[in-house]
Design a protein around this ligand. Structure first.
Ligand code: ADE
Length: 227
């Protein structure tokens, strides 16, 4: 998979890809991340990427020209499955969306800033608009990092244990069951006996039941969702 991220602050997006699972995915050549500084696609001396809103109003708007130049250059080099715009008014990211996107070959992610992008960018280039939650960030970069993490960890070979992404919370509209590790008893607090019984069918049944109980208590809305 190849992900091209268009941003005015590429520095924000460096460290998420320089550690742990995402770094390993890049080293294993399971994913390529390309950061594009939007200012490199400007033609004026000030490298201006934003301007005042037509009709007045507070806040600057990202101009169409540098974005068009960057996206058109990338599209001339290869086909893209999706051109995603990170914005608080997009569709809220969930596991199902991450699952679908992890199967794509080439993706562009455009990070918004200021009051957002000129609407013509959204109309002409964007295939999907994604928010990471109902709150406003200073820009789309942290959202893009969250989206990339959610997608990349699902690519086969990225996680050591192939089954571990499949047993994450949300994969079957259920939260994950509780987990424990050694010691089996700490300060008198014991691990549920079933987990040390070696009876794997029973352990599996216990986990399913706990996942259901936890979801019903903490996120009953998930149980009503289509799956
Ligand atoms: N840009 C600003 N706020 C955002 C959000 N909540 N999700 C995605 N991109 C954003």
């Amino acid at each position: 998979m190849r992900i091209d991220i268009i941003t005015v602050v590429p520095d924000i997006l460096k460290s998420p890809f320089e550690a742990s699972i995402l770094q390993r995915a890049i080293q294993k050549e399971l994913v390529e991340i390309h950061l594009h500084n939007l200012r490199d696609y400007t033609t004026d001396n000030y490298k201006q990427v934003d301007d005042y809103q037509f009709g007045g109003g507070a806040g600057m708007v990202m101009m169409i020209e540098p974005i068009d130049k960057c996206i058109s250059k990338l599209k001339a080099e290869r086909d893209y499955d999706e051109v995603i715009y990170m914005t608080p008014d997009g569709k809220t990211l969930n596991q199902k969306m991450a699952n679908g996107l992890s199967l794509k070959e080439n993706i562009i992610i455009l990070c918004g800033h200021y009051k957002g992008v000129d609407q013509r960018v959204r109309d002409q280039f964007i295939t999907r608009e994604i928010s990471i939650g109902d709150y406003v960030l200073s820009g789309g970069e942290l959202g893009a990092a969250v989206l990339c993490d959610a997608i990349i960890r699902l690519i086969p070979g990225v996680l050591g244990n192939e089954t571990s992404a499949l047993t994450d919370s949300f994969q079957d509209n259920l939260l994950a069951p509780p987990v424990y590790t050694r010691p089996a008893e700490y300060k008198g607090w014991k691990v549920p006996e079933i987990l040390t019984s070696g009876n794997f069918p029973k352990i599996e049944a216990w986990r399913e039941n706990e996942a259901y109980k936890r979801t019903k208590e903490l996120r009953p809305d998930l149980l009503d969702e289509d799956f």
